[in-house]
Design a protein around this ligand. Structure first.
Ligand code: GAF
Length: 385
């Protein structure tokens, strides 16, 4: 991970002046998948993998950005023609600049070098980390106090409207508001959040399946559509429900005849997952790790069978993880169709868990999983080394 000195040196390879430094983390979601865009509940934690930025103000209104990850540079002129999405990494950065301006913040020009340790395609929110660090940097350079809830909303808007991905708010919210050593229980309707401590007896372990299926974005938007269809079809029976958040399991079962089978199963995942997150928050708060683990396992079954967002490799990795000694539970984490698995593991069993899972997964699939134990970090802020 580049320290401030390394980042300064790389900045000076491309630009002039003494930069300010910022960081924004990636995330792992412990439970609550695809519930965010249904006004529901999620429980992610911020990771030590993060996007970092070194940035200075320019006298004009040009924003120049250079990525140390791919060696590429790009720029936009805020006083020039309206910036259009380019379909690459720059959309996350420039989308945020465009949305900030649209929200009434007058930005100054900036020279920015970005560098990220969040693995791309691993379902750990590399894009949200980039959006958030750039948004925070631009606001700081403009001399603005940063409201981290507003910044999360704005970055989500950039992703929805500029990038064209209809994501919910979880990834941007946790990158903005993560709390060290805690998971964050987030109500995605009110945006109220509550830190829940991770019991010292257990560690969060993330295992990257090393596969990422290309259909992810299209399938993501289809799942979202199914949820919206479900709400529309249930409304005549249930009245003015706004989202699946407003539907209980009993409501769903009583009215399942109004829904085509596929829509019903999609809705069942969301309705039961919301319930699981509420129970999981209580379990973690009470240090009931067995219950928490059982809820993680049940969440995976629901994602695999009802929401159909897992894939063969991830299912293998989950099976292997769940079968290890000292494991409370394991499930796929993130948007799906590949990416990572999260497990809650007894602290004393982490080392053997990592070694055994890596070997067993390689034997089963040929892929070498990157596996690491996490200590949750704080959300976005200045980078101090
Ligand atoms: C992706 C999205 F960006 C999030 O908003 C969330 O829906 C997640 O998938 C699934 O829980 O990371």
């Amino acid at each position: 991970m580049p320290t401030v000195d390394v980042l300064r040196a790389r900045f000076l390879d491309h630009f002039d002046g003494e930069p300010q430094f910022f960081r924004a983390p990636g995330r792992v979601n412990l439970i609550g998948e695809h519930t965010d865009y249904n006004d529901g509940f999620v429980m992610p934690a911020a990771l030590e993998f993060e996007a970092q930025a070194a940035a200075t103000v320019r006298p004009d209104r040009v924003i120049r950005i250079h990525s140390l990850n791919n060696g590429k540079s790009a720029e936009i002129d805020l006083d020039g023609a309206k910036p259009e999405p380019r379909g690459d990494w720059t959309d996350y950065a420039f989308g945020v600049a465009v949305m900030l301006e649209a929200s009434g913040v007058r930005l100054s020009g900036a020279d920015i070098v970005v560098s990220s340790t969040v693995p791309v395609g691993a379902g750990l929110s590399s894009s949200a980390a980039l959006e958030v660090v750039v948004g925070y940097a631009l606001l700081s350079l403009a001399g603005r106090e940063v409201d981290t809830v507003e910044l999360a909303k704005l970055c989500q808007k950039a992703e929805n409207e500029f990038v064209g991905m209809r994501c919910g708010i979880m990834d941007q919210f946790i990158s903005c508001n993560g709390v060290v050593d805690h998971a964050l229980m987030i109500d995605c309707r009110s945006l109220a959040s509550r830190p829940v401590p991770i019991d010292q007896r257990a560690r969060i372990v993330v295992a990257n399946s090393m596969v990422h299926h290309a259909l992810a974005d299209g399938e993501y938007n289809k799942r979202r559509q199914s949820c919206e269809d479900g709400v529309r079809l249930l409304r005549p029976a249930l009245g003015e429900i706004r989202a699946l958040r407003d539907v209980s399991f009993e409501d769903l079962e009583e009215n399942r005849d109004f829904l085509p089978d596929l829509t019903y199963r999609r809705c069942r995942h969301i309705v039961t997952e919301n319930e699981r997150v509420l129970q999981a928050a209580e379990a973690l708060q009470n240090s009931d790790l067995d219950t928490f683990g059982r809820l993680m396992n049940a969440s995976h079954v629901s994602m695999r069978d009802d929401y159909e967002i897992s894939c063969e490799e991830v299912d293998r990795l989950v099976d292997i993880a769940q079968a290890q000694k000292g494991v409370y539970g394991a499930r796929m984490t993130g948007g799906g169709f590949g990416g990572s698995v999260v497990a809650l593991v007894e602290s004393g069993a982490v080392e053997s868990f990592i070694a055994t899972v890596r070997t067993a997964y390689q034997d089963a699939t040929g892929h070498i999983s990157e596996i690491f134990a996490c200590a949750p970090k704080n959300g976005v802020g200045p980078l101090t080394d």
